[in-house]
Design a protein around this ligand. Structure first.
Ligand SMILES: O=S(=O)(CCO)c1ccc(-c2ccc(C3CCCC3)c([C@@H]3C[C@@H]3c3ccccn3)c2)cc1
Length: 240
């Protein structure tokens, strides 16, 4: 895959997104406001507009018991599961499988009244990251989704308005080895998830509508997705 023309972009974007995801909400600049909380899940956003369009960056942190960072990233990245957990997805096309860890997608999302329907074209890359603190724990895993232009899917030609998104899912597996020295089970693991996303809606949509959509959809999405991964992995061997 390192020979693919997108490779330099992917390397750069993954590095920048991961370093930003690692920053706590206190560190990466002021202005993060907590807008949703549910148990271990905390969702923050910054109110930002670009050319009058709401592009509120979102940062969610969550800790989920019984699953690993690899399992979370694998179910987020792999196309075969997406219709199971992405409720706003209307249609997904795998445009090109660049390599086993890099895929080009075109997706249409269900229309969210009164905004017009949206579609997205993006590359998606999954990668294991060496743990820079050199702690003995398992490595980090990440998936980065980044909008890109594709000649075969020109923007804003059909019924859909093209959204522009940058998404980073960064996962750290936490292992609490059993006292009796026995094998590690799912009761001894949890996953610290950081989900960052910036979605430029691409065309005009009322700020109040978009903020209401974000407030409703993001918590639902992260809760549903993590519950889905738990259900798919609970009786299976742990994959780190
Ligand atoms: O993490 S991903 O890569 C997962 C792969 O599918 C991803 C996440 C979110 C989107 C997305 C695309 C469009 C829209 C809006 C913009 C104007 C009208 C529709 C939204 C709004 C924010 C709301 C939303 C949030 C979460 C899930 C779905 N909907 C989100 C796309 C991809």
């Amino acid at each position: 895959a390192s020979s693919h023309p997108l490779w330099p972009d992917i390397e750069r974007k993954v590095a920048s997104q991961v370093s930003m995801a690692k920053l706590g909400v206190g560190e990466c600049g002021a202005g993060w406001q907590l807008f949703a909380e549910d148990g271990e899940m905390k969702m923050y956003r910054r109110e930002e507009e670009v050319d009058g369009l709401v592009v509120d960056p979102l940062k969610a942190v969550h800790v989920v018991k019984g699953i690993t960072g690899f399992e979370v990233c694998h179910h987020f990245f792999s196309p075969q599961y997406r219709y199971d957990w992405e409720t706003t997805l209307e249609h997904m096309v795998v445009v090109e499988t660049i390599s086993e860890d890099t895929i080009l997608f075109q997706q249409t999302h269900k229309r969210i009244w009164p905004a017009s329907q949206r579609d997205a074209v993006f590359w998606s890359h999954m990668r294991r990251l060496p743990d820079d603190q050199d702690r003995e724990g398992p490595d980090l895993w990440t998936v980065v989704n980044q909008s890109t232009e594709l000649p075969q899917y020109p923007a804003n030609t059909g019924k859909c308005v093209r959204v522009y998104l940058t998404v980073c899912l960064l996962c750290q597996t936490l292992v609490n080895p059993p006292k009796n020295g026995g094998p590690v089970t799912r009761d001894d693991i949890s996953c610290k998830i950081t989900y960052c996303s910036v979605v430029n809606p691409g065309g005009w949509a009322p700020a109040s509508v978009l903020r209401a959509v974000y407030k409703r959809e993001y918590p639902k999405f992260l809760k549903r997705f993590t519950a889905y991964v738990m259900s798919k992995t609970k009786d299976k061997p742990i994959r780190f």
